[in-house]
Design a protein around this ligand. Structure first.
Ligand code: 0A1
Ligand code: ZN
Length: 863
């Protein structure tokens, strides 16, 4: 075989959206029978199959690493089945048959964590997107909806609890200490929503009475020792159930809603019908082990998975190209929910920060794709920030264009029209048009075009005519496969402020063309422009506002997001000027930060957000060529200047927000945020006195937020207390893997020059393991976003990541593939780094037996 054919044979097929065809066979009913054990599990499946349409094609049942032990058609054993590409193919004479198959699985050996696997003594499943085919032969695609009856049998001692989707209809004892449970899910569902769990679990039980008066039994299932850590998740669940009734009119449908926490999980959580399975990091919390950010994330993820019951389960996706139909909408819903629980402004700032950190780089790189992609090799690679977070921004824009009431009418129509169906993104937009009364023809481009649009805004003023004119342009950059873009409708929230601080004009301008001119009369003096308020469109806005304008807005804008944004832009402009060696005035930043810190009307949580310097990555994203060293130097210098010049204020804020007894309330969270921000600034000086102060906080803290903030401060610097604090932290939490993850992450994110060496040492720590995705992400994933360390000029960071990806790939390809995009950003760096990053990608591609997950990411990254 020559090289060409070897490569061709290794390239996985590309699946295209345009090739969609309805399924050849449907499966209205399926009965599954599991004989469970960690080493060997027997699965018997009985499928009622019905020919769909007028064709003579064989029945093809997807299979992944399955071998049939027996196949029956209409009760008769047959031998003329065949396996093609792992799938079971059976020629069938009539239009309806009963197919029975039997296979054997080895859950304990399933390190991919897709299908049925073992985690910490439990047996559990993960089926989205294509895991069900690793459990039984089935048309594993989301447009085949079936009613499931599931029988689980297992050893009673090892697996006293047996859970599946729907209602528990029967239970009994078997021979040899075994027992069984039967579950029935009345709602037809696609196979990716199937789930089972078996294990020694205890439930935090509660109930919720729905708006129509039905009582739902709720259970959060964990190891007995973890029960005290489930209260926050339970409270969030009940709040989310009520919120979905109030805001979307959506009521829960089954009589039971169960959640199970597992330690080994590839993603955050999974919305299986009536049986959500969670990564334990998104369930378990108490003040000693979880930060405020963890508490918030738990509530958001619990809500997200619960909301999927309607946006995902009752109305599912026709095919995986429609993934954003359920994910974009559900992220938007969870964002709305979280905004309603606390400060909407702070939540919006956090969401935009996430979008910019995770999605903008994706949209600007070789893996850019529209929220409705056109093709994929491995669907697991498309659970991206684009599908999720940009998808949510697209839904949000519709909400902005329609207003809450008409958006609700559109959502109602969508659920009415498509309940029980597998729908498309087009169905959603069409329902918004009909229900909300709007024409979204051009808006549909948001589903088709990748890349972050760039808007330029130039405000001119003529003192004679007293007119201000705003000239806008928009342009979307070329992305892979899409060299030329059309302008898209951008809902831009605008305001003009007079110099005295008065808001003189406000509007939502839907900017649809490549250019637009707006004029405003009656301005004797030049006004200041506030644009993309509340981040009304997911775009990059470039203005010619001066530092004085930005400082003015940071003090006067009545839109909190715009106020935050003005401060960020001011900091960014200053940092860029430093990096590019242009003359500029750092004092404008100091003055603006001082003014915000001293404004008594502001919420401390908001102030803390506004005071954060732009991340090193964000600064890099704003440069033509990222220079990690210059960025680090400039940012450290500005940080030091703010620390020194505002020293008294930081000390005062640290004291003013002194730790009181732990409480999880918006006010207490804001105080902790402000206090820890102040500690961070105080530590910038490196003074030994602050090291002692951080260590004292570390030791005295009654909550993880304060303790980890102190540890991070120490870990970033050269303080003498550093090693002692790290050791004490490890010793205190050595039995808690979620906290040990934090210990790894804190060191992987260190700003010290020796961060890469520390990470190398930690890879050999006895607590490091490739088999647990949380642990891998906590060290290797965190390191890959530590810009100054990962992009070290000698290429050591790239080498390290390539080795770890190659090592993880045979164990868990899905998690390994998630780490590749860090190397895919090579075009953004200087020539020398580009060469090293490409070499790392080549090295990954040269790994024998590479998975299609990593192959797709690495080959596309080389572009
Ligand atoms: N649908 C889930 C995300 C998810 C996707 C794939 C998984 O496979 C390992 C797991 C979870 C959500 O949006 O929460
Ligand atoms: Zn989701």
């Amino acid at each position: 075989m020559d090289v060409q054919t070897t490569l061709a044979a290794a390239t996985p097929p590309t699946i295209r959206r345009e090739d969609y065809r309805p399924p050849d066979w449907l499966v209205p009913d399926i009965a599954l029978d599991f004989d469970l054990a960690a080493e060997r599990t027997r699965v018997r499946a009985k499928l009622d199959v019905v020919r769909n349409g007028d064709h003579a094609r064989a029945l093809v049942l997807d299979g992944d690493e399955l071998t049939p032990l027996s196949v029956h058609v209409d009760g008769q054993a047959i031998n003329d089945w065949r396996i093609e590409d792992g799938n079971l193919v059976i020629d069938l004479p009539a239009d309806a048959h009963v197919i029975e198959t039997e296979i054997e699985l080895h859950p304990a050996a399933n390190t991919k964590l897709m299908g049925l696997y073992a985690s910490g003594g439990l047996l559990c499943t993960q089926c989205e997107a294509e895991g069900f085919r690793r459990i039984t032969f089935f048309p594993d695609r989301p447009d085949v909806l079936s009613r499931y009856t599931v029988k689980l049998a297992a050893d009673r001692n090892a697996y006293p609890v047996l859970l599946a989707n729907g209602d528990n209809v029967a239970n009994g004892d078997g021979l040899d200490g075994r027992h069984w449970a039967e579950w029935n899910d009345p709602f037809p569902k696609p196979s990716y929503l199937f789930a089972l769990v078996a294990g020694d679990l205890q439930a935090n039980r509660d109930s919720f009475t729905t708006m129509s008066g039905r009582k739902i039994d709720l259970g959060i299932w964990v190891r007995a020792a973890d029960l005290p850590k489930t209260h926050h998740a339970m409270a969030a669940l009940k709040t989310a159930m009520k919120w979905d009734e109030d805001v979307y009119g959506r009521e829960y449908d089954l009589d039971i809603f169960n959640i199970v926490a597992v330690d080994d999980f590839n993603f955050g959580a999974m919305e299986n019908k009536g049986l959500n399975i969670f990564n334990s990091r998104y369930i378990l919390a108490d003040p000693d082990t979880a930060t405020d950010a963890d508490y918030d994330a738990i509530a958001a993820v619990v809500a997200h998975e619960y909301f999927h019951n309607w946006s995902g389960d009752r109305v599912t996706c026709r095919d995986w190209f429609q993934l954003s139909l359920k994910e974009g909408f559900t992220v938007f819903r969870d964002q709305q929910f979280s905004a309603d629980q606390g400060s909407a402004a702070v939540k919006r700032i956090e969401d935009v920060r996430t979008l910019r950190a995770a999605q903008f780089p994706e949209d600007a790189g070789p893996l850019a794709h529209p929220i409705r992609p056109e093709s994929y090799m491995e669907i697991g690679n498309f659970y991206t920030a684009t599908i999720y977070n940009k998808g949510a921004e697209v839904i949000r824009m519709m909400h902005t264009l329609l207003g809450a009431e008409r958006f609700r009418a559109g959502a109602d129509l969508y659920f009415d029209r498509h309940d029980g169906e597998a729908a498309t993104c087009e169905d959603f937009v069409a329902a918004m048009e009909a229900g909300g009364g709007i024409d979204l023809s051009r808006f549909r481009l948001w589903y088709a075009q990748a890349g972050t649009p760039k808007v330029t805004a130039r405000l001119a003023h003529d003192p004679i005519s007293k007119a201000a004119t705003l000239r806008l342009t928009q342009e979307a950059p070329p992305t892979p496969g899409q060299p030329v873009k059309q302008p898209m409708p951008l809902p831009l929230s605008l305001a003009l402020f007079a110099q005295d601080g008065e808001k003189r004009h406000e509007q939502l301008f839907v900017f649809e063309d490549a250019e637009a001119d707006l004029s405003f009369d009656g301005f004797a003096d030049a006004p200041v422009l506030s644009i993309n308020r509340n981040f009304s469109a997911p775009v990059i806005v470039e203005t010619d506002r001066t530092p004085a304008d930005l400082a003015f807005l940071s003090a006067h804008d009545d839109d909190p997001f715009a106020r935050y944004e003005a401060m960020q832009q001011l900091m960014l402009d200053t940092l860029k000027a430093t990096i590019e060696g242009r003359t500029h005035d750092d004092d404008a930043v100091v003055a603006a930060v001082r003014a915000t810190l001293e404004d008594p009307a502001l919420d401390p949580a908001f102030v803390a957000e506004a005071m954060l310097l732009p991340s090193e990555q964000f600064i890099g994203d704003a440069m033509a060529v990222v220079d990690p060293d210059a960025i680090a130097t400039a940012r450290d210098a500005l940080r030091l200047k703010l620390a020194t010049e505002l020293d008294g204020l930081w000390r005062d804020r640290y004291q003013r927000h002194a730790a009181a007894q732990f409480e999880y309330s918006p006010a207490a969270k804001g105080a902790r945020r402000m206090r820890n921000l102040a500690l961070g600034y105080l530590a910038a000086s490196g003074s030994p006195e602050v090291g002692a102060q951080a260590f004292a906080q570390f030791e005295a803290a009654d909550n993880m937020t304060d303790r980890i903030a102190a540890l991070g401060t120490l870990a970033n610097g050269m303080f003498v207390e550093r090693a002692e604090a790290l050791a004490a932290f490890h010793a205190r939490y050595c039995d808690n893997p979620l906290v040990i993850d934090k210990w790894f992450t804190t060191q992987a994110l260190s700003l010290r020059a020796d961060a890469a060496e520390q990470v190398v040492a930690l890879l050999n720590h006895p607590d490091f393991a490739l088999t647990n995705p949380n642990r891998f992400r906590s060290l290797v994933g965190a390191f890959s976003v530590n810009q100054r360390a990962f992009h070290r000029v000698d290429g050591a960071g790239y080498e390290l990541l390539a080795q770890q990806i190659a090592a993880l790939d045979p164990i868990n390809p899905q998690t390994a593939a998630k780490m590749v995009p860090a190397l895919g950003r090579w075009r953004r760096f200087d020539e020398s780094r580009q060469v090293k990053m490409r070499a790392a990608l080549e090295q990954i591609l040269a790994t024998p037996g590479l998975s299609k997950d990593v192959f797709e990411q690495a080959s596309k990254s080389l572009g």
